[in-house]
Design a protein around this ligand. Structure first.
Ligand SMILES: [Mg+2]
Length: 189
């Protein structure tokens, strides 16, 4: 039986690549397709929780009735491993970078036991309402706070200048939450 404590990310990736290549599926796996598939599988994780109360979910976990959840998480990981492979991303390095980034956004002394977004924790926004994603208004000649990155809305010309794929992209606006059928061959089970 395999175990998280004995298998490396590289070994898992090799296993997934072998599964894919035996089926000659790489021809269907452009980064866009892999990203779509990843999102679809993430939605299938959500589906398992739909219409269930917190108590029902807790009871299910206590009974170790989590096989379906494990399989959906494996589906998500399958696509994460493929997408990172196709884009040359070292996941351990990316995770190290992202955790360091989020540690600056959410220092323990400010964020421990609190759920507010970093803009509030750092006093850059007075309340959580309205939420939105934009930073509070400031003087135009005031330099942006180093903890803030602009959120580029669709149509903003600056989006075109942004790299399509970033090594440590702003994949999670904050750390509290963590980290379409396209004809893409299905992941295992
Ligand atoms: Mg699935």
């Amino acid at each position: 039986m395999r175990s998280d404590s004995r298998w490396t990310v590289a070994e898992l990736r090799e296993e997934v690549l072998a599964f894919r290549d035996a089926r000659d599926w790489s021809q269907f796996h452009q980064p866009k397709d892999l990203a779509l598939a990843l999102s679809i599988e993430a939605a299938e994780v959500l589906e398992l929780f739909r219409f269930k109360s917190d108590a029902e979910v807790r009871a299910q976990v206590e009974k170790r009735d989590v096989t379906d959840l494990g399989h959906e998480l494996a589906d998500v990981l399958y696509w994460v491993l493929l997408l990172s492979h196709e884009t040359g991303i070292d996941l351990a390095q990316a995770m190290e970078e992202k955790l360091a980034f989020n540690a600056r956004r959410y220092p323990v002394e400010l964020s421990r036991g609190r759920k507010e977004k970093y803009t509030i924790l750092h006093g850059l926004q007075e309340t959580s309402e309205p939420t939105g994603e934009s930073a509070p208004e400031r003087d135009s000649d005031e330099p942006p706070h180093p903890m803030l990155k602009p959120t580029l809305m669709p149509g903003d010309p600056r989006r075109k200048a942004a790299p399509l794929l970033r090594r440590s992209g702003d994949c999670g606006e904050d750390a509290r939450a963590g980290t379409e059928s396209s004809g893409v061959p299905a992941s295992p089970a």
